[in-house]
Design a protein around this ligand. Structure first.
Ligand code: 5AD
Ligand code: FES
Length: 353
């Protein structure tokens, strides 16, 4: 099959096999990329019209017990400035966010044992009590199954845990010995089983990544069927061993967004901050390639620069309200509109073969 035939197959069957995905990623021409993009945008528009969902991102802790080789807040980065937000800080971000129209709050942080289950359950309960019409998304790394269940019972609706790479050998080149690929994958299945709307995802252009790895990522998403998928380019951080690697390519990230949209028509797909970091119009381009979510930052301005996963991260000097206005304008400039709904996952017509 040639690229156009594979694109057509993706569009009509929402599927392709590994060899076809590798062939497509390795051989796609500019014209074919544009065909792929249009198809992906069309599928997103069938589902979401010109509406873009927003999620208010609150970066609750820059402490992390892990040591992922690519990440700026890894434990062994002695230059990282560590902070954690208090419950009051977090609630005040939610108050601000709610007034701005946010109906999803994403609590994200490094793996920080300071945030015990009891603390988080109380916090989740308080947010839900203040804002029963809001969804709470957690993005706090791997926790025990028992902990994930407790947080769900306390009212958390969604959980983001990128798988990072679907290939065990590649995973092991990106993470130190103590971290387990199998546990990551098992945790993702567990999150779904508990009932979370679950987000997986990966970096594009991470060190040592091959086209085959990317094909495996696409097939992993297809198999897991997460409700969300976060992908963005790898961006080097100066205080990590991978400082000298190039950032992931804009074009390849956009191509992958489009393929994910065609393979998973209903999936909630953010145009990420990392994409906005490697290109001034990255997030707009992400939307035009099939994404339907943006995640403006609601963290207190004084801490933003310290949640530094990678270099040159955008929006670290802005206030929440400024980011929202900026994104509204950016979306309007391409004919899209930010909406204030919770933006839950919905399955339309399942055409799957
Ligand atoms: N470049 C791009 N993304 C990164 N992340 C962590 N470090 C980097 C980096 N250097 C991503 C990981 C993680 C998410 C919170 O941020 O995919 O899951
Ligand atoms: Fe933060 Fe544009 S979204 S400044």
């Amino acid at each position: 099959m040639n690229c156009n035939e594979i694109i057509n197959k993706l569009k009509t069957t929402q599927n392709a096999d590994k060899d076809e995905l590798i062939y497509l990623l390795d051989n796609i021409t500019d014209d074919e990329r544009e065909t792929l993009r249009k198809n992906a945008q069309e599928v997103a528009q069938e589902r979401f019209g010109n509406k873009i969902f927003i999620r208010g991102l609150i970066e609750i802790s820059s402490f992390c017990k892990n040591d992922c080789f690519y990440c700026g807040i890894r434990r062994s980065n002695k230059n990282a400035v560590r902070y954690r937000l208090s419950a009051e800080d977090i609630l005040s971000c939610c108050d601000k966010g709610y007034a701005l129209g946010f109906r999803t709050f994403v609590l994200q942080g490094g793996e920080d044992s300071h945030f015990t289950d009891d603390m988080l359950c109380e916090l989740i309960g308080e947010i839900k009590q203040r804002y029963p019409d809001c969804a709470i998304t957690l993005s706090l790394g791997e926790r025990s199954f028992d902990s994930l269940q407790r947080l769900y019972n306390a009212g958390a609706d969604r959980y983001l845990l990128r798988h990072e790479t679907a290939c065990k050998a590649h995973y092991e080149r990106l993470h130190p010995d103590g971290m387990s690929f199998d546990n990551r994958v098992n945790t993702l299945y567990k999150l779904k089983e508990i009932g979370y709307q679950t987000g997986a995802g990966f970096m594009v252009g991470s060190p040592f990544q091959t086209t085959e790895n990317l094909a495996d990522d696409l097939l992993f998403i297809k198999k897991l069927k997460p409700q969300m998928c976060g992908i963005g380019p790898f961006v080097p951080h100066k205080d990590t061993d991978y400082r000298d690697f190039e950032h992931g390519s804009l074009e390849l990230t956009l191509t992958l967004l489009s393929i994910i949209r065609l393979m998973n028509p209903d999936i909630l797909l953010p145009a990420t901050t990392a994409l906005g970091t490697i290109d001034f119009r990255g997030r707009e381009l992400g939307i035009l390639h099939g994404a339907n979510v943006v995640m403006p930052n609601l963290s207190p301005s004084e801490h933003r620069k310290d949640y530094s996963l990678y270099d040159n991260k955008i929006c670290t000097g802005e206030e929440a309200a400024e980011c929202l206005v900026c994104l509204k304008n950016r979306m309007r400039s391409i004919g899209y509109e930010i909406v204030n709904s919770r933006g839950d996952y919905r399955q339309l017509n399942n055409k799957e073969k």
